[in-house]
Design a protein around this ligand. Sequence first.
Ligand SMILES: CC(C)(COP(=O)(O)OP(=O)(O)OC[C@H]1O[C@@H](n2cnc3c(N)ncnc32)[C@H](O)[C@@H]1OP(=O)(O)O)[C@@H](O)C(=O)NCCC(=O)NCCS
Length: 404
Amino acid sequence: MSFDVRPVKDLDEFTSAIFAIGQYFGMVPTEERMQRFADLVGLDRMHAAWSDRAVVGGAGAFTFNVTVPGGDLPTAGVTVVGVYPTHRRRGVLRSLMRAQLDDAHERGEPLAALWASEETIYGRFGYGLASYCGEIKLAHEYTSFAQTFERAGTIRIIEPDEAKEIVPPVFERARLQWPGMFSRSPLWWEQREISDPEERRDGAGPKRWVVYEHEGSVDGYATYRHKPGWDEGSTVAELRVVEALAATPVAERGLWAYLLSIDWKATLTAQLLPPDHALFLLLATPRRMRYRMGDSLWVRLVDVGAALSGRKYSADGSIVFDVRDEFCPWNEGRWKLEDGAAARTEDDADLALTAQSLASAYLGGISFAALARAGRVEELQDGALARADGMFRWDRHPWCPEIF
Ligand SMILES: CC(C)(COP(=O)(O)OP(=O)(O)OC[C@H]1O[C@@H](n2cnc3c(N)ncnc32)[C@H](O)[C@@H]1OP(=O)(O)O)[C@@H](O)C(=O)NCCC(=O)NCCS
């Protein structure tokens, strides 16, 4: 069954489309809240599916850039995907995904990316798991560093108004070093980072902001919340690190030294940290973080040629992929990647794989060798897996510090 799908025309339609997912969150769609979100997404990027003139599903996409190894590409940031429970499993999602990916393709976006509520949903539409992240819960008595280091720079507590001015440039410097981070518009900073309504605090206090300054430059920042608590006379308070990013390694160490040292907490918690986060090598007892890993960003190569040509590679060389892509057939066929650029070719293929598997390897976070071990890539020429991995690997795991 296919459904009529088109972008919404006004705030009423937008609200119905958002409510497709919002109802699962217990959302109360006030006009003010809907307007704020509509300003961020844009009506033209909120698709709704109709049945008998009623909205039965919705899917939105933010318009932003996502960093890839050595680059920064326009990306459809897929969000608020939902289908009314009255119409589940009749193809509403499939119709929405069709319209949304066609739209991204027409806009010339080489990539689409998302966070998946369930891992079983998006693979069939060509999204590949491209990175991992994890959460930590570290007891205060285990916050010592393995090595002492000389403190350089200072930490300063700032008010949100100042954060709005001085934090975005640091974020941008950090972002461009890590594949997987999306760009934040001034409106995004205002609404999603600086604004701190009660309903986002989950029982904790307001966001506190600090910056790390060194030789006259703001090189890092952190934002966190205190969640106070007592049990039998002792503190069970939690320090929730919302985000801590730095543009230099010295700033990263300085920031974490500060966060770990904050008194009167029983635990420090943080989420969405990459598996190669600095804390693993900074802490004396990293096991005590009780790092629990799951999937992070899922990536879709909307345009295989533009996506492959839009990142940098760690080694010279050439490789021919035979790509299968049922959902976006314009990507099907053989692609030769050589001198950092991809083009159609008649040459014999080195690796055969789906667009989904290629997307998994794309950010450099998951190797072709690992994909092959899972039966997701076929090596057609000896040594092709190692060659491809030599080219695609990057010096750090992709990191997306925020769910969008
Ligand atoms: C997930 C959701 C959007 C699916 O919508 P839907 O209209 O029922 O999906 P469709 O009927 O178009 O199904 C398309 C395919 O995906 C499969 N599928 C859909 N949801 C799935 C799920 N949660 N787990 C496994 N498979 C799923 C269907 O079986 C179908 O498979 P097929 O292609 O082999 O036939 C809907 O169930 C929903 O709104 N869930 C709650 C909110 C949510 O999780 N949103 C996603 C946010 S990231």
